[in-house]
Design a protein. Structure first.
Ligand code: PNS
Length: 166
């Protein structure tokens, strides 16, 4: 049986914490599908297509890492992919309550789907997409916290904004 896992999220943008989890998941499962939620109810910095392109670029050559978008209930998408596992990263205690609620709600909706939590390498436990965007927008360095493709795109956005302000 092919073991397929779905790693869902907003990925606005992909961080090295996400990369770490995807890399670990790709070793555990035959295929890991990185699934980007289409309508997160919040205005993303990076449009969906760009977020997909970034993940494709970061994982070029990794045959068992796929990237897709999804809308609606996560468990419905997981069933459509014929997967039985949802992968989520757990960084710190602060993540726990939200993650537990989601895992148990998803189990309530679909008892045959299991959520598997993975810890990223400790150097990424404080890294979040939200903080990365904030630091980059204010001119701080995010080198080492995000893949080079994300660093370049964040810098380009900041430069464009600075030019508009002149
Ligand atoms: O990266 P994020 O923003 O923490 O990811 C959250 C995500 C996309 C995993 C979550 O919002 C989700 O699964 N949304 C789909 C809607 C859904 O299924 N909701 C009910 C189960 S909690």
């Amino acid at each position: 049986m092919t073991r397929v896992a779905v790693y869902p999220g907003t990925f606005d943008p992909l961080t090295n914490g996400h990369v770490d989890i995807i890399t670990r998941g790709a070793k555990l499962f035959d295929r890991i599908v990185v699934a980007i939620l289409v309508n997160a109810g919040k205005e993303p910095l990076f449009p969906l297509k760009e977020r997909i392109d970034i993940i494709h670029e970061a994982f070029r050559g990794h045959g068992n890492v796929e990237v897709e978008s999804f809308d609606g209930l996560l468990v419905d998408y997981v069933r459509r992919k014929r997967a039985h596992v949802i992968v989520r990263g757990l960084r710190a205690v602060a993540d726990f309550e939200y993650e537990m609620q989601m895992a148990l709600m998803n189990r309530h909706l679909s008892s045959e789907i299991e959520t598997v939590f993975m810890m990223p390498a400790e150097q990424y436990t404080y890294v979040s997409s939200r903080l990365v965007k904030e630091v980059a927008a204010l001119g701080g360095s995010v080198a080492g916290l995000v893949p080079p493709v994300v660093e370049a795109r964040l810098a380009a956005r900041r430069d464009a904004r600075l030019r508009q302000d002149v």
